[in-house]
Design a protein around this ligand. Structure first.
Ligand SMILES: Cc1cc2nc3c(=O)[nH]c(=O)nc-3n(C[C@H](O)[C@H](O)[C@H](O)COP(=O)(O)O)c2cc1C
Length: 209
């Protein structure tokens, strides 16, 4: 899938997400928010200027959210995004109401919509995590000109081909047919078992944030 497909899935496949902002004391705060549109400029949502949520966004543009879809853990896909949001004002409101007609029941007339304003998540990195498959599937994406940080574990040239790592991997996602072994990043849980069991310290971790 391309970045556009992930953004479309957030808007059309999930829509309501758990959204984190940071308050004036530096504390994370979450609330439910609908991600109402996407394009090459990012993701769009709206809020009312009277809300504490609006105040938090204006005070700190760092945001994150997780969107989940599934009946239970083992049927679930989660898409998580971290990025920055800016207010773009009311110009896009008509379009957002047209694409999300249920909003007319919440803000039924033009007067009540006077409080609303639109935010754009204009840059971000994200991760798709699908627990409905075995082995699990994960993928990173980014938008707005920034790159996703590489995370997880990799095997270095110190590998001696003992295959202990594969024996401890809960997703059997380490290819030990070659030396050094190769961790299939798209199936890796990042649990760290392989690093723990490697007898020669051949496995390293990327980017401990
Ligand atoms: C499913 C769902 C979707 C919501 N979507 C939005 C939204 O898109 N924009 C918004 O401002 N509030 C939305 N809300 C309401 C906010 O979650 C609520 O106003 C929250 O209290 C905002 O945080 P605050 O109280 O700190 O301002 C939604 C609530 C639910 C249950």
């Amino acid at each position: 899938m391309q970045t556009r497909d992930y953004l479309r899935y957030i808007v059309e496949g999930i829509h309501s997400v758990v959204f984190a902002t940071v308050d004036s004391m530096g504390r994370p705060v979450t609330c439910a928010i609908d991600i109402m549109d996407y394009d090459e400029g990012g993701l769009y949502f709206l809020t009312a200027k009277g809300k504490n949520f609006y105040g938090r966004l204006k005070g700190n543009d760092n945001i994150a959210f997780t969107a989940m879809k599934g009946r239970d853990t083992l049927s679930c896909v989660a898409v998580s995004v971290q990025g920055r949001a800016r207010e773009i004002g009311a110009d896009r409101l008509v379009d957002l109401f047209f694409k999300n007609p249920y909003m007319e029941k919440i803000y039924p007339d033009a007067d009540s919509r006077g409080a609303l304003t639109v935010f754009q998540i204009y840059e971000g990195t994200g991760e798709w995590f699908d627990l409905s498959r075995f082995p699990i599937e994960r993928a990173s994406f980014s938008f707005g000109g920034i790159q996703a940080d590489e995370a997880g574990y990799f095997v270095t040239d110190r590998c001696i081909g003992c295959k202990f790592c594969r024996s401890r991997c809960p997703q059997a996602c380490i290819d030990t047919a070659q030396t050094p072994a190769v961790i299939r990043q798209e199936h890796c849980l990042h649990c760290g078992n392989c690093l723990e069991i490697c007898p020669v310290g051949a496995i390293e971790r990327r980017n401990i944030l």
